[in-house]
Design a protein around this ligand. Structure first.
Ligand code: SF4
Length: 378
């Protein structure tokens, strides 16, 4: 029995849905009435006196990106679970530093809150949607060894598998997943039972319902230390990715983010900005070749953003990278968007992205921009 046994419940939920902020309305409006009501009850505050409602109600299984307008970022009905807050990997280019504290911490009531949200999904009979673990923190950072909240999350999602379509785990530390407890639950999540509402669709379209997305932007560990100083080594990540692929866990390699490389236009080189050539083409080629060997479904990339941290100043290495960006963009100002400086598209395209895409083409691997990858995850 669920809370929609009475027509009055559906009416109340539809009244809530009619108040949703217009940035989400395309998702709600496109749904059948019953699903719209379910989303309204799950995502929207029930007792609010406001005239316009934000998707603020869930505790930990949240709307993928509550800041973004669906027209600019059409993520649709999609969840994110940020298992921890902050991140111990200390990536110098971390985009999450622009809107959240980077102080790593465990959420004290995380497990109880997760179960309450799962119960709510059942109570409102919410149709299945993709879930991403996590977009603002690494779910497998060292905190996981102590707290195991991500393992707990995966177990709980496996128990309610019919509430989710693709389960995506995004990490720089795949070595934790080689523990048999994780392998077992990943295999469970990679199966949709006969009564899963989307089983036939996944089967017909050949999509695995699980993805472990591993970030591997550098091939040289000295380069990795410059930009991901506290994250696992290149060797550790490659060994774990290989292990997971041999275990038939669907892995997607993320060569993400991409940075400018030598030679820079005008005969300059990175060392003139006091930076090493951290991502030379030869290293990118080694990564693409590795990705093909481990059978990645595709590659994911983005162009590095220079994110101004919400707390504290820009890391020194990113100050230097900003000077490279300013040099590359010449007369044009850098694009300032969403708390980050970016290379203008007509500069980043030919200098950073196209040589990488040509390389992927030579190895017959599709490469998807980060946002396109997210939106196309069913
Ligand atoms: S792993 Fe991700 S969340 Fe953690 S510091 Fe690096 S970019 Fe930020």
């Amino acid at each position: 029995m669920n809370l929609f046994d009475m027509e009055s419940d559906v009416e109340q939920a539809l009244r809530l849905a009619s108040l949703v902020h217009h940035k989400y309305s395309s998702v709600f409006d496109d749904l059948p009435e019953r699903d719209r009501a379910a989303l309204a009850f799950y995502f929207l505050p029930h007792g609010s006196k406001k005239d316009v409602l934000e998707v603020t109600r869930p505790r930990v299984i949240k709307w993928y990106c509550p800041f973004a307008d669906q027209r600019a970022f059409p993520s649709g009905h999609r969840y994110c679970i940020n298992v921890y807050t902050g991140c111990q990997h200390e990536c110098r280019y971390c985009y999450a530093a622009g809107y959240a504290s980077r102080q790593p911490a465990c959420k004290n009531t995380f497990r109880a809150d997760l179960v309450k949200d799962l119960d709510a999904l059942d109570a409102y009979d919410v149709p299945p949607a993709p879930v991403h673990i996590s977009n603002s923190t690494d779910p497998l950072q060292p905190l996981e060894l102590e707290h195991r909240h991500s393992l707990y999350t995966l177990d709980k999602l496996a128990q309610r598998r019919h509430r989710f379509t693709t389960v995506t785990v995004l990490t720089k530390n795949p070595a934790i997943l080689t523990d048999q407890r994780y392998i077992q639950v990943l295999h469970e999540l990679n199966q949709l039972s006969v009564d899963h509402p989307r089983r036939e669709w996944f089967k017909e379209n050949g999509h695995p319902p699980l993805r472990v997305e591993c970030s591997l932007a550098f091939h040289n560990d000295e380069s990795r230390k410059v930009l991901d100083p506290a994250a696992p080594s290149v060797e550790s990540r490659m060994a774990a990715i290989l292990f997971l692929s041999q275990e038939n866990i669907p892995v997607v390699v993320r060569i993400d983010p991409l940075f400018p490389r030598d030679p820079l236009p005008g005969g300059k080189v990175m060392s003139e900005f006091d930076l090493p050539d951290i991502q030379p083409m030869a290293d990118l080629e080694s990564l693409v070749r590795f990705a093909r060997e481990v059978g990645t479904a595709h590659l994911v990339y983005s162009i590095a953003k220079i994110t101004r941290p919400r707390f504290g100043g820009l890391p020194q290495v990113m100050e230097k990278m900003k000077r490279v960006y300013e040099y590359l963009s010449q007369e044009q100002p850098l694009v300032w968007r969403g708390g980050s400086w970016r290379l203008p598209a007509d500069v980043a395209g030919p200098l950073v992205v196209e040589p990488f895409l040509n390389l992927c083409g030579r190895y017959s691997i599709e490469a998807k921009m980060c946002k396109a990858n997210l939106i196309s995850t069913p």
